[in-house]
Design a protein around this ligand. Structure first.
Ligand code: PRP
Ligand code: URA
Length: 209
């Protein structure tokens, strides 16, 4: 069974409180979402596989470690996942970026896939899906389905705010993946919004409504 971890470092909790505030504007919201993503990815990569490599230091030859295999892939679920990409790339600057376009029908809450563009050889890469919100879990489950269908074998899902309902659904549908959240909130309301949550992450990031 993959793990579920709440990454509640004090800096992450502090920054999450800033973006939960309904008076936090688009510019600050964007900045802080990326800052939280950057702090989270350090822990998310903790158990990434390493391989040996020979390196010439100015003093001697040594066998040291580097991240194993092909480049990591960061996969934002559009739109809101885009808000976390720059933060992740601060620590994984050579990562590839694959996109999954998904929107949630406001009536049925069912996810609809409208775009997928991935690099090659997903079976040989570590995949990190990013989306600020894990609500019913429908979008996350469909995103993992889309990656597995294309061969992905090692998948981590990273969100800022998770609802217990979404965590349960995602882990039941995909018990093999690791799930990370900055906070586990109380519940979903009748409209499928996370409570207390932070509202509609996509609208707050992009200044739409
Ligand atoms: C939001 C959010 C997730 C999804 C979570 O996206 O960014 O992708 O809802 O809800 P779920 O767990 O119930 O599927 P939304 O569909 O609002 O699209 P957007 O990112 O384009 O705003
Ligand atoms: N999507 C959001 O952006 N916010 C929620 O609370 C639930 C789904």
């Amino acid at each position: 069974m993959g793990k579920f971890e709440v990454l509640d470092h004090p800096l992450i909790q502090h920054k999450l409180t800033i973006i939960r505030n309904k008076d936090c504007g688009t510019r600050e919201f964007r900045e802080v979402v990326n800052e939280i993503a950057e702090l989270m990815v350090y822990e998310v990569c903790r158990d990434m596989p390493l391989e040996d490599i020979e390196v010439e230091t100015p003093v001697a030859t040594a066998v040291e470690k580097r991240l194993a295999g092909k480049k990591v892939v960061v996969v934002p679920i559009l739109r809101a996942g885009l808000g976390m990409v720059d933060g992740v790339l601060e620590l994984l600057p050579a990562a590839k970026v694959g996109h999954i376009g998904m929107y949630r029908d406001e009536e049925t809450l069912q996810p609809h896939e409208y775009f997928v563009k991935m690099p090659d050889h997903l079976d040989k890469r570590e995949m990190i899906i990013v989306d600020p919100m894990l609500a019913t879990g429908g979008s996350a489950i469909a995103a993992v389905d889309a990656l597995k269908k294309r061969g992905a074998k090692s998948i981590r899902f990273v969100c800022l705010v998770a609802a217990p309902e979404g965590v349960k659904a995602l882990r039941e549908a995909h018990p093999d993946i690791d799930v990370y959240a900055a906070a586990l909130d109380d519940h979903l309301n009748e409209n499928g919004y996370i409570v207390p949550g932070l509202g509609d992450a996509g609208d707050r990031l992009f200044g739409t409504k």
